[in-house]
Ligand binder design. Structure first.
Ligand SMILES: CC(C)(COP(=O)(O)OP(=O)(O)OC[C@H]1O[C@@H](n2cnc3c(N)ncnc32)[C@H](O)[C@@H]1OP(=O)(O)O)[C@@H](O)C(=O)NCCC(=O)NCCS
Length: 188
């Protein structure tokens, strides 16, 4: 158990975090509670290293949470869609080690991810959550994500169809502020 929240450190992920991050991811995949994007479980260390490099080059946050130096969770975003019009919108993922659920790690990762995305100039965050994933749905609700869609029967795993809930949150002034030429994100 973690004594205090102060023991949790959230920082940009490193190459040396890849193995523990993959172990966390694979455990959740086996339990079938992932968001359904990559439920084949075939993600390899080099894939994750490449993904981190790509994200870093594009100023997309990829964060790790540690307790006494051990990676206990991670969170990152990708651009929502590849076409340039969507460059201000990101889609996020967040995973906490199963031995450390309910200790405030998800909350700290989510806050850090929101802050990092807002700081990078992104305007909207979008997530897809399995409709039975109460912990994730509640976490997102706590952080002001609105349920903007229900995608019925979009995932099939472990012999059953699952619905996904789409959630969305504005960052900073969201779409109410004009885009300026000073924006840190690339122009379309
Ligand atoms: C969802 C997840 C990231 C939450 O992380 P966590 O570290 O356990 O969450 P925290 O302890 O920081 O709790 C933060 C908030 O989440 C909600 N929450 C967490 N676990 C919950 C549960 N079992 N039931 C209901 N709400 C829960 C609560 O609102 C909680 O805030 P509160 O304690 O002030 O009420 C974690 O359960 C996880 O990794 N799940 C598997 C992977 C996953 O589903 N990722 C999301 C895919 S979209």
């Amino acid at each position: 158990m973690i004594d205090t929240l102060a023991a949790i450190v959230v920082r940009p992920s490193r190459d040396s975090d890849v193995e523990p991050m993959l172990a966390i991811y694979r455990w959740h995949i086996r339990r079938g509670i992932d968001d359904g994007v990559e439920d084949t479980g075939t993600l390899q260390p080099d894939d994750l290293k490449d993904r981190r490099k790509n994200l870093r080059n594009r100023k997309l946050p990829h964060l790790a949470a540690t307790v006494r130096g051990e990676v206990v969770g991670y969170a990152y975003v990708v651009i929502f869609r590849k076409r340039p019009a969507y460059r201000f919108t990101v889609k996020h993922s967040i995973y906490v080690h199963h031995d450390h659920h309910g200790q405030g790690i998800g909350r700290l990762l989510m806050q850090a991810l929101i802050d990092a995305c807002a700081g990078s100039g992104f305007k909207q965050m979008i997530g897809y959550i399995d409709a039975e994933n109460v912990a994730s749905l509640t976490l997102h609700e706590r952080f002001g994500f609105a349920r903007v869609g229900l995608l019925p029967g979009v995932a099939y795993r472990y012999g059953k169809w699952s619905d996904s809930v789409m959630v969305q949150r504005s960052l900073g002034a969201g779409v109410t502020a004009p885009i300026t030429v000073n924006s840190r994100l690339p122009a379309a």
